[in-house]
Ligand binder design. Structure first.
Ligand code: ADP
Ligand code: MG
Ligand code: ZN
Length: 514
């Protein structure tokens, strides 16, 4: 197979995503009062409604609808005041009533969009050479460094309910094929689920990955779900087809179901684009089918071939009255929307002078952002870039560091009282406790002297002793300053002063350049 780059030079990939998100932060299910918890004993959170017993009547969960309206507003959708629930019929044990309650042609949220900023190596997946605006339905502008911004349209976000969880025993990878028995846990049945469907506006696996990531960050900020791809509370189906560059019609797509990581989404789409290109270039046809990504073998395999039309017998649910969302209801949802990742990132850049990538990384995770902001409040805004450095490059390695501890370590680092390596040592010592980093630094004698008067004699001594290196430096080999810093550190240790490599470097350079 040819590489992605080679294929995308000749073909345009057309990608659309369907993303299911369970509203895990709610207390109860979509149409009944059962507790929303997947960790309880199997089949303990069930009732006549979610078991589909005859005569049971559903009652919609107001907070679930508030959550989907928030999701719609945060993704620039039009909120539909009038909509209703439909029945989508199918027969499978994971839904005892034999239909899923979902929405019809009009969903609560229609016609939104998210703007993606694509930068770094991933931006190269979109060919650079031709006019970007002409190669698809979406206008994009490209910066000199190759990064670009592209709006991805969202067709709809509709409200539905999740099915029960099935566990197949004895088959490969827990799949039904080859299984000897299957177990059903109805605790998950009836979990409020929102499905977002994009227009086929994505053009590269990287764009698909970024869209999914941005959506996850947005939903996390809204607090409507724990958005765990790993545990399946956020799941994604990737649809992809190819067309020759310059063509405007759509090719036949394949769909990859239930992708459970950002990397798998990218890699599965990449594989599928390369596979389809090979099929088409050999004169074959792409069949409309559902495929399964096998991360271990790095390939997709056929799951099932698409029926000509899904015969779900979709019709309005007579048990549920149509909705008339009031302006008050929509405004209340709007008021609940917190600062979203893009706005937060811009604020971090503007008020704290963070680099865009750092700001985006922190702003993307509400828990990390909260800790960062608390630490900045304690340590002072001037220290914010150092706090960001600590939060991004040190904290992920530890279990539990408080904002106060992060603030203290950042302040010590910013004052050059400890080195980056020592910051790691200090964090390791206080991890999971409420110990004060300052205390650890003093107890271990880590504090470096930032008093140049105390360090000058050490510098003098080293420069006297290392005449060779001084000559080399003056002959243009400025790298020897590293050796001299090392000598100063050793000498200062011996003299009982704790040297500061950065300060030694400054003092040495000043003397050598003089
Ligand atoms: P299905 O009925 O197979 O689920 P839909 O028309 O509902 O298909 O579309 C599902 C997703 O696939 C949407 O995100 C849509 O943008 C995308 N899609 C539709 N047609 C194509 C195509 N030809 N190539 C790539 N993606 C497509
Ligand atoms: Mg589909
Ligand atoms: Zn129930």
């Amino acid at each position: 197979m040819r590489t992605l780059q080679e294929v995308l030079a000749d073909w345009e990939a057309v990608i659309g995503l369907e993303v299911h998100t369970e509203l895990t932060t709610l207390d109860t299910k979509m149409f009944c009062n059962c507790r929303l918890s997947h960790d309880d004993a199997p089949n303990s959170n069930v009732c006549p409604v979610c078991l589909g017993l005859p005569g049971a009547l559903p009652v919609p969960n107001r907070r679930a609808i508030q959550s989907i309206v928030m999701a719609g507003l945060a993704t620039n959708c039009e909120i539909q005041r009038h909509s209703m629930f439909y029945r989508k019929h199918y027969f499978y044990p994971d839904m005892a009533k034999n239909f899923q309650t979902t929405q019809g042609p009009i969903a609560f949220c229609m016609h939104g969009h998210l703007d993606l900023t694509v930068s770094g190596p991933g931006a190269r997946e979109r060919p650079m050479r031709e006019s970007l605006a002409a190669d698809g339905v979406t206008p994009v502008s490209r910066a000199a460094d190759g990064s670009y911004v592209v709006p991805i349209r969202i067709l709809r976000i509709h409200m539905e309910e999740d099915a029960a969880k099935m566990v197949h025993i004895g088959g490969e990878e827990g799949r039904i094929a080859g299984a000897s028995e299957s177990l059903i846990d109805y605790n998950r049945c009836g979990t409020p689920l929102i499905e977002l469907v994009t227009e086929p506006d994505l053009r590269t696996p990287e764009e698909a990955r970024l869209f999914m990531e941005k959506l996850r960050q947005t939903f996390l900020a809204l607090g409507i779900s724990d958005c765990s791809l790993e545990s399946g509370s956020m799941r994604c189906d990737g649809n992809v087809s190819l067309r020759r560059r310059g063509e405007t019609g759509l090719g036949t797509k394949t769909e990859m179901k239930n992708i459970n990581s950002f990397k798998s989404l990218h890699d599965a789409l990449e594989y599928e684009i390369r596979r389809q290109a090979e099929v088409l270039e050999e004169g074959g046809v792409v069949y409309q089918e559902t495929r399964h990504w096998e991360p271990g073998r790095r390939r997709t395999v056929v799951m099932r071939t698409k029926e000509t039309a899904d015969d779900y017998r979709l019709f309005p649910d007579p048990d549920l009255a149509p909705f008339d969302l009031s302006d008050e209801f929509i405004e209340e949802a709007r008021e609940r929307i917190p600062e979203l990742p893009d706005a937060r990132r811009e604020r971090y850049e503007a008020s704290f002078g963070l680099r865009r990538d750092d700001a985006a990384q922190i702003a993307g995770d509400p828990t990390v952002a909260a800790l960062f902001e608390e630490a900045v409040t304690t340590a002072g805004e001037k220290v914010a870039p150092t706090v960001a450095n600590v939060v991004i490059n040190l904290l992920p390695a530890f279990g539990h560091i408080t904002a106060a501890q992060a603030a203290s370590v950042s302040a010590l680092l910013a004052a050059d009282a400890i080195s980056f390596a020592q910051a790691r040592e200090v964090l390791e010592a206080v991890d999971g406790t409420d110990a004060d980093p300052e205390r650890v630094v003093d107890e271990r004698g880590l504090r470096q002297s930032t008093d140049s008067a105390a360090l000058e004699p050490v510098v003098d001594e080293v420069l006297d002793r290392c005449a060779d290196q001084v000559r080399q430096y003056r002959d243009g080999n400025t790298k020897v300053v590293g050796f001299l810093v090392g000598q100063c550190m050793k000498a200062s240790k011996a003299a009982g002063v704790k040297g500061n490599p950065k300060l030694f470097n400054q003092l040495l350079t000043a003397r050598l350049e003089a």
